[in-house]
Design a protein around this ligand. Structure first.
Ligand code: SF4
Length: 491
């Protein structure tokens, strides 16, 4: 389930750093202006529990113009919100230039829970050193704070960014933002170099077409109480749902869209940009990896999904299909991405396959031949064709196909249930997909497939993630969902 994150930006417009390209470094704020920012922030903090309940949100990310965390009131407010019982996660974008001990002290004194604190830290090579920056990161992780770290992908900074990667603890994700002012494309070498540092960098290079369908629940709040959908786009509902932008051109835009890839890569609150790194991910094919009914060639897999799959694969996450298609059909349809996958749950769970180099494990839930005979006896009554998937002559899935464009009514499904003894005694199950009714062993489900494959790999389903859009996928997603629970850390 996608959860909402409230983004807050107060009237603060100043920073203690002096980066040449940044307007906020040149904008000093008077004591009065800072006082106003503080008042607005505390009024937001007081209103947060009710607002969050109303919006069904349980997370807050402060995205200031400038640096907020050098001001103690932000720490106090974050502490109070984390203690409010209405937040699973609180955090801010920061340059990490605050004193860790003093700041965490204020946060804790305000009732703050360190397990809920998440920081998005940006490294400014001209303003700090790798050593000082990583030392602060270490202090924070030692205190139990989750954080991500990033830098702008300036090609001439490659060596210092590499140095930063080397110096950071392995569990801290180092993201690279595309450099907007580059005025040229990255060369292949530069792209490869940044991808080595940040496996998700190809998502930054994508031009995500605006898709407001995933943005309706997004909340961006300003100090003066204004509420917007997103930091860059404005949504219009009538006459049709549209966004004022053509592209979701920054992470706060595309990373906050309600889509399964954001959730798989970055957990239930992807805007904090802290990867979840599941050990395995199970993907339904039709309607999930590819639009319903489209052949699954590489160009049919949306670019953002493809970039996500490649990032997961680079992170050594094992990828699996979870589909009602038989393996041959699935591989044919997903030919150009199948090399990224280690097998899957096929035929609705009746066939399980795990391949890891030379190692291969496979299992089938076979059906009795009499099931097929009973199904074939229905051909005339229901005007269907009966097809069987077999392995070495033994049946493991039966599909009853209706003519094109005719779907299964509940009455027809009931007729099948009444006539098939396996369905009557509970040893078989059936489920409709468009014009096909699939019949498999009652033990063959995607959920059981996830459990078995995870057992083969020596991991728990809690260390896996799953995505799918149909009823058949619900249980599979649910048993992996606790992995995505707000406070779960990377396994
Ligand atoms: S720009 Fe923002 S509101 Fe518009 S589609 Fe992208 S994320 Fe949604």
């Amino acid at each position: 389930m996608d959860r909402q994150t409230i983004l807050y930006r107060g009237s603060l417009k100043s920073c203690n750093y002096r980066c040449a390209y940044c307007p906020f470094s040149k904008h000093p704020m008077s004591g009065r202006e800072l006082e106003k920012d503080k008042e607005q922030w505390f009024s937001f903090v007081r209103a947060f529990p009710e607002k969050a309940r109303e919006l069904k949100s349980r997370a807050l990310l402060v995205v200031p113009y400038g640096e907020a965390l050098i001001h103690p009131w932000y720490w106090e407010g974050l502490g109070r919100i984390s203690a409010s019982g209405q937040a699973d996660a609180v955090g801010a974008q920061t340059n990490l230039s605050f004193s860790v001990l003093d700041s965490l002290d204020i946060y804790l004194k305000a009732g703050g829970d360190l397990k809920k604190l998440r920081l998005w830290a940006t490294f400014h090579p001209r303003m700090t050193t790798v050593r000082a920056f990583t030392e602060t990161c270490r202090q924070l992780t030692d205190a139990g704070v989750l954080l991500c770290v990033g830098a702008v992908g300036v090609p001439k900074n490659l060596s210092v960014i590499r140095e930063l990667k080397e110096a950071l603890p392995e569990e801290i994700y180092l993201w690279i933002n595309r450099m907007d002012g580059l005025r040229r494309r990255y060369t292949e070498e530069e792209t490869e170099a940044f991808l080595e540092i940040d496996p998700y960098f190809s998502r930054e290079l994508l031009s995500f077409p605006a898709d407001p369908a995933g943005c309706r629940g997004r909340i961006f709040m300003e100090g003066d109480g204004k509420v917007r959908t997103c930091n860059i786009g404005t949504i219009q509902e009538q006459p049709v749902l549209t966004c004022s932008r053509k592209r979701c051109s920054c992470y706060l835009a595309y990373g906050g869209r309600a889509d399964f890839m954001n959730r798989i890569l970055f957990g239930p609150y992807p805007l904090f940009r802290i990867p979840r790194r599941p050990k395995a991910v199970f993907f339904d094919i039709d309607g999930t990896l590819v639009p319903q009914g489209v052949s699954c060639e590489e160009q049919a897999v949306p670019q953002d999904i493809l970039a996500g799959l490649k990032a997961l694969s680079k992170e050594k996450t094992r990828l699996f299909f979870a589909t009602s298609l038989p393996v041959k059909e699935a591989m044919k349809r997903c030919g150009s991405i199948s090399h990224l996958f280690s097998g899957g749950i096929f035929a609705g769970g009746a066939h399980l396959l795990w391949q890891d180099g030379a190692q291969k494990k496979e299992f089938f839930y076979f059906l009795d031949e009499s099931c097929l005979e009973e199904a074939e006896a229905l051909k005339e009554k229901l005007s269907v064709r009966a097809l069987a998937c077999r392995r070495e002559g033994r049946v493991y899935k039966i599909t009853l196909c209706r003519p094109a464009h005719s779907s299964w009514s509940s009455q027809d499904i009931k007729t099948v249930g009444d006539r098939l003894s396996g369905i009557r005694d509970g040893s078989l199950r059936c489920f409709a997909e468009g014009r096909c009714l699939q019949i498999v062993s009652a033990r063959a489900t995607k959920e059981e497939g996830v459990k078995t494959l995870c057992r083969w790999m020596g991991i728990s389903p809690l260390q896996a993630a799953a995505a799918g859009d149909s009823k058949e996928d619900e249980e599979m997603v649910r048993i992996c969902e606790s992995f995505l629970s707000p406070l779960a850390t990377s396994p």
